[in-house]
Design a protein around this ligand. Structure first.
Ligand SMILES: [Zn+2]
Length: 283
């Protein structure tokens, strides 16, 4: 009979002991937020992670042709795979994306060379040199020094960005877009002194003459491929800048000023050294 009061007293004692111990450890905490916090912290672990269901890695070959130019013999794909890096391949297989033609800047971060190599080598028999992070592509010759690049490479690498100041939406390599935006943000906001007068950098851009253009240097098929083919170059004020600008004697030349103020700080090189002062490039 008198056992109950003893248990009750013991229970009260334990509770009081716990409360006093806890509050002495948390003197500045009113209420019981710590308990809440700890229970929250425990919660995720308490839930057993449900068994991951393998999505039965469906290697389903897309039956339908990707686009008008997309059918590719399997033998070619297999041969091309040999040269592809394993990481690139795994990216490819895990994200077999539909070939919609959205050229969003939010592409998958790791676009692989494997993709570009899995291309109809009969249609695009030539392989460009590699431009480091900007990659390489298959292509075929067109007339007039033009080339046509493997559309899959284009899909994966060329994005359209709106350039500040000139307010034009232009195609560039996805890995070059930040540099382009940096340079043209400077052009949009910067000034320079020309003949003793302060002018906007934007006023020095008289003509905007192209970014991504798949072609040979000087549109001459006997020359190498222009960096314009990779979307990593831009031409400005073309009409009177297929020439060398002397930085000592032509200090007011707009392309020299644009180089010094906008393009060099953004990491571009200037084509002036080979008498192509309209040309700024990232490689
Ligand atoms: Zn150029």
């Amino acid at each position: 009979m008198n056992k109950i009061p003893v248990y009750l007293a013991a229970l009260i004692f334990i509770v009081m002991l716990f409360v006093s111990t806890w509050s002495s450890n948390h003197p500045d905490v009113p209420g019981t937020p710590a308990l809440t916090a700890s229970s929250q912290a425990l919660q995720p672990e308490a839930i057993p992670s449900s068994p991951v269901v393998e999505p039965s890695s469906e290697p389903q070959d897309p039956v339908e042709p990707r686009d008008a130019q997309g059918d590719k013999p399997d033998a070619v794909s297999a041969a091309a795979d040999v040269t592809a890096s394993p990481s690139a391949q795994s990216v490819k297989t895990s994200s077999a994306k539909p070939q919609s033609s959205t050229k969003a800047s939010a592409q998958t971060p790791q676009v692989s060379r494997a993709n570009s190599l899995k291309t109809d080598v009969n249609k695009y028999p030539k392989l460009s040199v590699s431009k480091g992070i900007y990659g390489q592509f298959r292509y075929r010759e067109l007339s007039g020094g033009r080339i046509e690049i493997d559309p899959q490479w284009v899909e994966e690498n060329i994005v359209y960005v709106k350039l500040p100041g000139v307010n034009r939406t232009v195609p560039v390599h996805r890995l070059a877009q930040d540099r382009f935006i940096q340079a043209f943000t400077t052009i949009a906001n910067g000034t320079a002194t020309v003949n003793g007068k302060k002018v906007s950098l934007l006023s020095l851009v008289r003509t905007f003459d192209g970014t991504w253009v798949p072609r040979h240097v000087n549109w001459n098929a006997s020359k190498g491929l222009s960096n314009h083919s990779w979307g990593i170059a831009v031409d400005i004020n073309a009409s009177n800048h297929l020439r060398y600008v002397n930085p000592q004697t032509e200090t007011n030349d707009p392309n020299l000023i644009l180089w010094q103020k906008a393009f060099q700080p953004a990491g571009f090189k200037w084509g002036n050294s080979y008498s192509d002062s309209m040309h700024y490039e990232l490689y």
